[in-house]
Design a protein around this ligand. Structure first.
Ligand code: XBP
Ligand code: MG
Length: 257
């Protein structure tokens, strides 16, 4: 008896680390600016930030820093407001950095998104970061009107349990009236794939420096980048069937495999 395969209807994109390498030169730098503005001597080095990335969400990451890395800090009485204000300042810095063009898209991202659009695929953003940050990246790094290319922006505090919980994927698919079998996800991290696979969505991984050693055993394929025709990807796990960059033909094959 032959199995009936669901047709691929939608691409669900993570943002940080997947569309662009935003963490080290974007978010980290913006956090440090906000700390300096607030008169704090906190310095999140690239190395420390790699450890802090274990926790998703900027507000949650600051709490993790205080509980595990800066235990001597005398927290103000209203810690929630303190963290909220720091995070708002960090978001201002981050969106300014993106408006200045500080962070480009990763190789192949624009090509794949444009190909998917031309093919009539539905697209959504599924991320932990703040909605303003998504808008800044999409409109500055992709195109001024590109927010409209994405049917749903599932971001930030829209669900209380951030990645690695599956909630944000479940929320996005519900909004789009789609099932997991209709979709494929693009992620770069362990927390990301735990979330997407926790929602039963097949997942393509493109690693980055912070996530290269993560466990991606559940991915349909693990690549170093999406690649371009003249800048081939390296396949780290899985089978690209001879393809040299991630195009819609390969995405379709990986979805139906
Ligand atoms: C990214 C995150 C975010 C960003 C910082 O996860 O975990 O917290 O690091 O953004 P994903 P905020 O790759 O799933 O998008 O400070 O706005 O949280
Ligand atoms: Mg990510």
């Amino acid at each position: 008896m032959s199995e009936i395969k669901a047709e691929l209807k939608a691409l669900l994109f993570d943002v940080d680390g997947t569309l662009a390498d935003t963490e080290k030169d974007g978010h980290r730098v913006a956090f440090n600016y906000a700390f300096t503005d607030a008169g704090l001597d906190w310095d999140w080095t690239p190395e420390l930030y790699g450890k802090l990335l274990a926790v998703t969400g900027g507000k949650e990451r600051m709490r993790y820093y205080l509980s595990d890395f800066n235990t001597d800090f005398e927290a103000p009485a209203d810690l929630d407001a303190f963290i909220r204000d720091l995070h708002a300042a960090k978001t201002e810095h981050y969106t300014r950095l993106l408006a200045e063009g500080a962070i480009p898209l990763r190789p192949g991202v624009r090509r794949l998104i444009e190909e998917a659009r031309d093919a009539g695929l539905r697209m959504a953003i599924v991320t932990t970061t703040t909605p303003a940050n998504v808008e800044a990246l999409v409109s500055h790094a992709i195109a001024p009107g590109a927010m409209e290319w994405f049917e749903v922006i599932a971001a930030g505090d829209i669900v209380p349990a951030k990645k690695p919980a599956p909630d944000i994927y479940v929320w996005a698919m519900k909004e789009m009236n789609l099932t997991a079998a209709d979709c494929i996800a693009f992620e770069d991290s362990r927390n990301g794939i735990l979330s997407s696979c926790g929602a039963d969505v097949k997942t393509i991984i493109t690693i980055n420096d912070y996530t290269a050693a993560d466990d991606f055993s559940k991915a349909v394929i693990v690549l170093d980048q999406m690649g371009e025709p003249d800048q081939p990807f390296s396949v780290l796990a899985g089978d690209a069937g001879g393809a040299t960059c991630l195009d819609m033909a390969l995405v379709q094959r990986l979805h139906s495999a």
